[in-house]
Design a protein around this ligand. Structure first.
Ligand code: FDA
Length: 577
């Protein structure tokens, strides 16, 4: 039977994973099509924290400036506040999302980009518009129903919700980016670990001018410790800024065993009033929806010609803001591999490295995000709010931190420590940037894994060891200042070397690879000496960098047989070795 539509890559879903897969594939010139269930993109803010690694990906894909223009900037994100309500008592703050001066310095050193707050309903149009402008075919109101795959491709049946009929799409590869209830992942039989529905949460989106309670302590998140806030959900009532300081989203828990509450406007208003703590403020409820906290990851991300990405393969709470970030990074890892296999440059074996590289990351972030929920409990505990008590007792316990005497001093100290410990959720720079890959698309250089000097969740540690992301350093080219990351990407392999590395450059040319020479009098210079300090190879050494900015191979110095070494390394990465 002839399929109705033919494409190279069919993507199910237009969320962060599907939209960025489409954008990357179209940028690389790969024919692709997106089908998505609804008649529009995300209509609520949902994901928002956008970390430096994601911004690097968006920079390579040419949409960084547009995201910066639409996002709330980093300096307005960082006074994570703990309080009894926005109008009520403030219990403490944490400088977060890189706004602590020491962490800010680490951010500046780690990347040419800045993290920002880009609500998902603004992010998706940027990704999708750019993808469509570059060639993606997009079909709204189109639901994935099933697939069958054979040696040469995948035939997918979809339902057109406008016409009410079904048709088939034939693709060489299928990407299931269909979110936390992924039918594609289920049909592909991807093995999963963990469980869904661990706790219940409600999102309430509303308009209210809260300038008087927030502008003096600008933040993305205000955590409200109030009786009932510990039930289910994310560990406290949360007031999240969507647009400073008039559009908001509240996250509030419910007892998952009792089922979601009836989401009437009255219910939504009562929660909003409780967390704002000022009944005089006019509030307009825009929407309410219930969702569950999940704790589940897939052990394998692919089955034959079917690949899953995003929440389809890692499902976890919003803590640490990792969901859409990881989804976009999954897509970026997969897209260049599909491109090289489809054009015949790489063996299909390269595609196996997608799961090998990304599944360990998924497991790590699911574990981290769920752990972060539990780590809010000490904040409650420091104030003696965990035991069942009357609201009056709870308020008295909160007030007791203002007492004199040793017990109150101890309480203040425990509260400060508990809030500071939340750095693992709000300043986990290492979680964002220390992803290392170990797969057949990385050629070990025989050096032992140096591990991390400091806590790998909190602190980023650059490395040029194969499997690490190329370190960022500011270099120059004439009057232009650019990042080392700006010299790689764009869907190509790139060779980086310095003075004395002529053989590597020649070899790169023979293999059709881009090459970058950094040193005095070269096309690129290293006036600050930053690159020399970070590169971990000598001037005449080499780094072979993959299209996704990861180091595939390195050699410490010059080599007589540079051509053979480079072509062997490339062959191994491409699955031809
Ligand atoms: P996503 O669910 O976004 O998209 C799935 C897509 O598939 C949709 O377009 C859907 O319509 C489509 N689809 C589903 N089934 C289909 C079918 N059968 N046929 C066709 N199409 C189908 N993350 C983060 O990084 N930072 C953050 O700060 C937060 N904060 C946050 C807050 C709250 C309250 C929530 C609920 C979630 C977050 N997240 C987050 C998580 C983030 O929203 C989530 O991880 C991403 O949206 C996942 O992106 P995906 O593209 O994988 O799935």
């Amino acid at each position: 039977v002839q399929p109705d539509v033919v494409t190279d890559v069919l993507i199910v879903g237009s969320g962060p994973a599907g939209a960025s897969a489409a954008l990357a594939l179209s940028t690389y010139g790969v024919a692709n099509m997106v089908v998505t269930r609804y008649a529009s993109l995300a209509d609520t803010p949902r994901a928002h924290i956008t970390n430096q690694r994601t911004m690097e990906v968006l920079r390579d894909l040419g949409v960084e400036d547009e995201v910066i223009a639409k996002a709330t900037p980093q300096h307005l994100m960082g006074n994570t506040t703990f309080c009894t309500s926005l109008a009520g008592e403030e219990l403490g703050r944490l400088r977060s999302w890189g706004n602590d001066p020491l962490v800010q310095a680490a951010h500046d050193l780690a990347s040419p980009t800045r993290m920002c707050d880009m609500p998902q309903h603004l992010m998706e149009p940027v990704l999708v518009d750019a993808a469509v402008a570059r060639g993606t075919v997009l079909r709204y109101s189109t639901v994935y129903k099933s697939f069958v795959q054979d040696e040469f491709g995948v035939t997918v049946t979809v339902e057109d919700r406008v016409r009410g009929d079904e048709y088939t799409i034939r693709a060489k590869y299928l990407i299931g980016a269909d979110g936390g209830r992924s039918q594609v992942a289920e049909d592909a039989g991807l093995p999963t670990v963990g469980r869904m529905g661990v706790a219940g949460s409600v999102n309430i989106v509303f308009d209210a001018d809260l300038t008087q309670y927030t502008a003096h302590r600008p933040s993305t998140l205000y955590w409200v410790l109030t009786p009932g806030a510990t039930v289910g959900g994310i560990g406290a009532g949360l007031v999240r800024c969507v647009r400073p300081w008039h559009e908001w989203l509240i996250v509030w828990g419910y007892d998952v065993t009792a089922g979601a509450p009836d989401l009437t406007t009255e219910y939504a208003e009562s929660v909003v009033r409780k967390l704002i703590g000022d009944d005089e403020i006019p509030v307009t409820i825009k929407s309410s929806s219930a969702w569950t906290v999940n704790d589940l990851y897939a052990e394998t991300y692919s089955n034959g010609r079917v690949f899953c990405a995003g929440d389809a393969v890692h499902r976890h709470p919003p803590s640490n803001g990792l969901g859409s970030n990881t989804s976009i990074q999954d897509a970026y890892n997969l897209a260049w591999k599909l491109k090289l296999v489809l054009e015949g440059t790489a063996s299909p074996r390269l595609l196996d490295t997608y799961s090998a590289e990304r599944a360990p990351i998924g497991r790590q972030i699911v574990t981290r995000a769920n752990k972060s929920i539990g780590e809010t409990a000490p904040v409650f505990d420091a104030l003696d709010l965990l035991a069942p008590q009357t609201p009056e007792q709870l308020h008295a316990n909160i007030a007791s931190r203002k007492d004199t005497g040793a017990a109150a001093e101890k309480r203040r100290e425990r509260l400060r420590e508990a809030i500071a410990f939340k750095a693992y959720e709000f300043n986990a720079h290492g979680v964002d940037l220390n992803q290392r890959y170990d797969s057949d698309a990385v050629v070990p250089d025989g050096t032992p894994d140096p591990g991390f000097d400091r806590d790998p969740e909190l602190y980023h540690q650059p490395s040029s060891r194969p499997g690490a992301k190329l370190p960022h350093a500011w270099i120059t080219s004439g009057t232009r200042t650019l990042s080392t990351l700006d010299t790689v990407g764009k869907g190509r392999f790139t060779v980086l070397t310095g003075i004395g590395g002529e053989e590597w450059v020649r070899a790169a040319g023979e293999l059709g690879l881009a090459s970058v020479v950094i040193g005095p009098g070269q096309e690129y210079e290293d006036p600050y000496g930053d690159w020399a300090r970070l590169r971990e190879v000598s001037d005449a050494g080499v780094l072979l960098v993959r299209p996704d900015g990861y180091v595939a191979f390195r050699h410490a110095g010059a080599a007589q047989d540079a051509g053979r070494r480079l072509s062997d390394a490339l062959g191994r990465v491409l699955g031809r070795g």
